[in-house]
Design a protein around this ligand. Structure first.
Ligand SMILES: [Fe+2]
Length: 247
């Protein structure tokens, strides 16, 4: 079985046995894939508690990165090859699917590509080393501003680098640009335009995904990031809290 869901932001209540009873029939060879913003943030007791809770689940939990992950912590994780692609192993049953990889799960070929530009930073990114950091932080906080702090709650790695873009294309080339499913955080430019009715700006990643969308044959494309559950087209599905079975 392969299930998919959208952004978790560190809250995994949807995977309780009550909310997701299908897990009773699942084993470690069955998968749930999160379309980014998994919520890999810090080593707080709260986060460690959840990760331990998830590690006791019967299934294997896979996630592509979103724009809200701690990329410093992610880079510290051991890298492995798994089912045809590169992963970071968080625990025995929780793996981060690295960008631009093709995985074959139970015969289904899945192209994974995380990352997205943050939408919630219009009031700026603060530098925690700056002398006026505390004052600025308090001021922004007090007016509920949309801001983040560099390398504490925002990382430039939320956007892929050139090598990741190239690796994705190389790996698709090896599959003759044919996969079963595509799992990303961000949507391709044209899909984002339909979904957001023009309220989201295209960027290097949405344009890259648009190129993939035009060149690659796929059955379904799943993405998170926009915090809604919607079939944008017959093939392109936006996911949030829903957990859906695809295989
Ligand atoms: Fe999100």
């Amino acid at each position: 079985m392969i299930y998919l869901t959208g952004d978790c932001h560190g809250d995994y209540g949807r995977f309780s046995t009550e909310n997701f009873p299908e897990q009773k029939e699942m084993s470690r060879e069955d998968y749930v894939i999160v379309c980014g913003d998994f919520g890999y943030w810090d080593r707080s007791a709260w986060q460690e508690w959840w990760r331990k809770w998830l590690s006791r689940k019967p299934f294997t939990l896979l996630w592509v990165d979103g724009n809200h992950e701690n990329y410093d912590m992610l880079a510290e994780l051991p890298e492995e090859r798994w089912q045809g692609g590169r992963i970071h192993r968080v625990s025995e049953n929780i793996f981060h699917l690295m960008r631009g990889q093709v995985f074959t799960l139970q015969g289904a070929r899945i192209f994974a590509f995380g990352g997205a530009r943050s939408h919630d930073i219009q009031d700026g990114i603060l530098d925690p080393q700056a002398p006026d950091f505390k004052r600025k932080y308090k001021a922004l906080r007090s007016r509920n501003a949309w801001f983040r702090v560099n390398r504490r709650s925002w990382w430039e790695e939320e956007m892929p680098n050139e090598e990741e873009f190239l690796e994705g294309k190389r790996n698709l080339e090896r599959q003759d640009w044919k996969v079963d499913y595509i799992v990303t955080h961000c949507a391709p430019t044209s899909i984002q335009a339909i979904a957001g009715a023009g309220s989201f700006q295209p960027d290097a990643l949405t344009d890259y995904l648009e190129e993939i969308r035009r060149r690659c044959s796929y059955q379904r494309w799943f993405f998170g990031h926009y915090h809604d559950n919607r079939n944008v087209t017959e093939k392109d599905l936006m996911l949030y809290e829903q957990i859906i079975r695809i295989w």
